[in-house]
Design a protein around this ligand. Structure first.
Ligand code: SF4
Ligand code: SF4
Length: 66
């Protein structure tokens, strides 16, 4: 039986603010994020629990989770 579609989190990354320090990548408990060049990117949105750790740990306010 099909499960109801679950609403995925919306991870908003500012490519101008992100300096690619990788702090959010390291703190994400479910390995959602990865560095691509000098900017963080989402590699597995389905795994995001909206814990907000990336948002809280980013020193540059470059990532937000809704
Ligand atoms: S909200 Fe939590 S689970 Fe989602 S990307 Fe950020 S640190 Fe990872
Ligand atoms: S912690 Fe912030 S500045 Fe560092 S890689 Fe993540 S989004 Fe970019």
């Amino acid at each position: 039986m099909a499960e109801p579609a679950k609403k995925l989190p919306n991870i908003v990354i500012s490519e101008t603010l992100c300096k690619g320090c990788s702090i959010c990548v390291d703190f994400c408990p479910t390995n959602v994020l990865e560095l691509r060049g000098n900017v963080v990117a989402v590699k597995n949105l389905e795994a995001c629990t909206r814990c907000q750790l990336c948002d809280l740990r980013c020193p540059d306010f470059a990532i937000q989770v809704f």
